[in-house]
Design a protein around this ligand. Structure first.
Ligand code: TXA
Ligand code: MG
Length: 363
């Protein structure tokens, strides 16, 4: 085909999966093209996990450092065997049997045949089997493991729709598959496996409480210094363009200290359901959702952050949800969106704002 416009947009609704279109998408992947596709969590920027040229394009298009490894997506045991070394450890087998297909990523010993660039040279590989019907149809049709990070520029907000991918990566993708909005809205939970059970390296769509029904689970942040969160899961990530700070749940429910110093600033406060009575009239309030409807909050979180980003402000104040379960993943993303600066009390806000405004380098 000549003069093909990039990216090629292919619509495959979840309730009408056209086999011809699926095979067209699979063909593009087999040719080494970059294909953005939906998963149940967020859209991924996929390519043949064994094609080194395509892998290096994925890193380049995202602006992702080579030190931040990709997740490999598989749809059956054969694909899994091509990326993982040997048999799955018993705990991994148990979790894969229960949670796959689904939003759980297992960090396992890497098969030496897999290009080192996929895992950033690590001896381990992160692998998951997505449950999105379009994702699994594409994987089964092309029959090869697909490496796919979230389809956003590095450090920015993950995409939950094809429009987000187009806005963020544009013609960096060869093909964008549009299947509407994703169901979960937050990335998969990433765990590593050891003799004692699993360690959560990134909180995500499957809460620790659910994993605990099957094995012993620790969180990396409680493990001390000998273990690290997933590389690339940085203190600053999922970031809006405006400077942001996070505040503890309910920090502004009852007032103490004056907030008059914000009179000349455009402040946008993102919280839950209703505007907290203690925030100044000059602040704009935007709801993230209801902390009581946590699934919906998670599903809409990135969409809300994009909306807030588009409104813009001198400073954005993000209130943490303070909930268990999925709330942990939500608060992880909000904290990183605020470059990990969390204010506990209103009287600490002035110092925090001074800090973020001094650090802000956006033009
Ligand atoms: O839901 C998801 O996981 C989405 C969809 C597209 O599947 N993908 C996704 O990929 O979020 P990405 O690249 O944005 O995040 C992958 C995370 C990164 O934090 C990375 O460091 C971690 O997984 N990771 C990958 N390989 C790893 C490894 N060998 N050890 C530890 N962490 C790893
Ligand atoms: Mg990502």
């Amino acid at each position: 085909m000549t003069n093909q416009l990039k990216p090629e947009l292919i619509s495959i609704p979840v309730d009408h999966i056209d086999r011809g279109l699926v095979s067209q998408v699979a063909g593009a992947l087999l040719e080494g093209k970059l294909v953005a596709f939906p998963t149940e969590t967020v859209y991924g920027l996929g390519c043949d996990a064994f094609n080194e040229a395509a892998i290096s394009r994925v890193f380049a298009v995202k602006g992702r450092p080579a030190t931040d490894p990709l997740i490999v997506h598989v749809a059956d045991g054969e694909m899994l065997d091509r990326v993982v070394d040997g048999q799955l450890p018993p705990v991994a087998r148990l979790l894969a049997d229960h949670f796959w297909p689904g939003p759980l990523t297992l960090v396992l010993p890497r098969n030496s045949a897999l290009p080192a660039a996929v895992t950033s040279g690590l001896p381990s590989v992160a692998v998951r089997s997505p449950s999105h019907p379009v994702a699994s149809a594409i994987l089964l049709e092309c029959g090869i493991p697909i490496a796919a990070p979230s389809a956003n520029r590095f450090g920015r907000i993950s995409p939950t729709s094809a429009e987000h991918v187009l806005a963020d990566l544009g013609d960096g993708c060869d093909v964008i598959v549009d299947s509407g909005r994703t169901q979960r809205g937050l990335e998969s939970t990433v765990v590593s496996v050891d003799e004692d059970g699993v360690v959560v390296l990134r909180h995500g769509a499957i809460p620790m409480e659910e994993l605990r029904e099957h094995c012993s689970v620790r969180a990396v942040e409680d493990e001390g210094s000998h273990l690290k969160a997933s590389p690339g899961h940085e203190a600053r990530h999922y970031s809006p363009r405006s400077p942001a700070v996070a505040v503890s749940p309910g920090a502004f429910a009852s007032g103490s200290g004056t907030l008059e110093f914000t009179a000349k600033l455009r402040v946008l406060y993102a919280g839950y359901s209703d505007r907290p009575p203690q925030i100044p009239d000059s602040w704009r309030f935007e709801p993230l959702g209801s902390a009581g409807a946590i699934d919906e909050l998670a599903r809409n979180l990135y969409e809300s952050l994009r909306r807030i980003d588009a409104i813009g402000a001198d400073v954005i104040v993000l209130e943490l949800a303070g909930e268990a379960g999925l709330g942990r993943a939500i608060d992880d993303r909000l904290t990183r969106a605020a470059s990990s600066l969390v204010v506990e009390r209103p009287e600490d806000l002035q110092a925090a704002l001074t800090q973020v405004l001094a650090e802000d380098t956006t033009p």
